[in-house]
Design a protein around this ligand. Sequence first.
Ligand code: GCB
Length: 585
Amino acid sequence: MISPQRNALRSFHDLSGIWRVAFASSGEQPDWETGIPEDRALAIAIPGSWNEQLAEAGYMNFCGTGWFETEIFLPATGDGRELVLRFGSVDYYGEVWLDGRRLGESGAPMLPFEVAIPRDLATGRQAKLVVRVDAQLHADEATQGIAKATYTEEGRPRDEYLPAVRFDFFPYGGINRPTYLVERPLAGLAHWRATSDMTGVSIDVSADAGTTITARLIDDKNVIEASAALSQQQTARLRLSPQEPRLWSPDDPQLYHLEIDLLDAAGAVIDMASQRIGLRSFEIEGAQFLLNGAPIQLKGFGKHEESPLHGRGLNLPQLVKDFHLLKWIGANSVRTSHYPYSEEFLDLADEFGVLVIDEVFSINLDFRRVNSDTLNRHKQAISELIARDANRTCVIAWSLANEPGYLGEAEYREKSGEYWDDLFAHARALDPSRPMTHANVGYAGNDDPAFKRSDFLGMNRYHGWYSNPAQIGEAVAALRADLDAVSEHGKPVMLLEFGADALAGQHATHDQLFTEEYQKHFIEAYWAELDRHPSVAGGHVWNFADFRTAQHGRRVVYNLKGVFTRTREPKMAAWALKDLWSDPA
Ligand code: GCB
């Protein structure tokens, strides 16, 4: 999917602003395709989640259906051009009508989707856009939805969260990423794959047979150009290799501009698009990661996309601040725990030189409830993630799931083998160039069936927090035992999560849960073990910043494992990491 562009042949209008929303009450099945009733409409800022914005109106914990509407202007378009509505992410499902005409619906949750505007609607006039947003995950989604009653059915009433979720962050509903009205050529560029290495970029383009592609790789001094005619199979391959390649890395994130023109048989340019790209390689050798042929230790965080008031809505000032904080602390990488992040996040990761482990939205998969729909939706989510992000320099690996569990009978563990085979094969066929992993949970064991299919072993461990609370010696011994056990697989290990909650301002002279001192002590002790263990290629602290969770007795409004507070003030652990991670001057 080509991101919205502005050039001589493509343009887009940002539809951000104040829209109106009305919510269906329980049991009500409204039919508001042509517009919402005026007496039920509430103002809402887009992009943004409804929960914190509309808490006073009673929607903080609402996870049902919201009907959004706004007026848009449809420009008159010439022959051979199309108008498309593009949604960055509607959480979790969206369905779209324009002047009462149904245009389409979203695909995998938390990823972009487009709907085309029929030509007879696009005639230089105002139209009413209605978007139905459903914030309740389906039970057979790759992140399985849960109903209130299910906690009791599953024999764990004390696990009940409000809103009901199977994960440890707040399920913000709404139109959370930008929505654009895009105008572009009808038969233009639909897709290309750009794969870079240390000597250049290979580009595979799909377009109509009979056309020609010209690609240019541009830096501030040189332009390298190549052309190729599209084959009968409607594909073309090009290679662009600068004479003196400037490599992309966290220390020096050099980016080139890649421009692609599509020409018709007469040589006229009929479409054009561009992206930024860096030249780099990322490989696995023994227990190490190699970036541009040299060993690299991954240092960084799992994060979340959320902030006060915006909820999961894109918050650009905070995003920019976060990249400065990542550099300040000396981090070089992030995992997009636990879902695809915005395209704006990836733009900045490319620009700041932050390596990204790109995670699909699949959390705590419970194999007792897995069926063929779950597998199909999981594969669909991977297809859409790779289609969106494969051209990103910053993306070094795919994470196909976070903490799948094999609860109940042994048969579920066995049953998972086929599931993983199918899922990993699917992902590898879509992107043979990047390593694949998943984030293993402690109770799934060090012989997790997904490990066999992974190129490196992603692990989440909380010894010293959920087990052995406040006992660092025992915690580190348990961590070492896990690392020794997984070393048998002969693959690099990446500790994708370890961390301790700390309430900013809470202190003690002894190891005490929830204090800043204990969080610092915990992280330093883990890091020392990761640093010395021969199988470990890196570690990501859980979490970059405190974040809101659904309501549960185990959480004081937020998960407090951030080394920064939710408003980005450093805790003691942030300074400690800065010392550990910064290169000596
Ligand atoms: C985990 C999960 C993460 C939680 C974290 C915690 O293992 O992957 O989503 O937030 O533990 O703090 O419990």
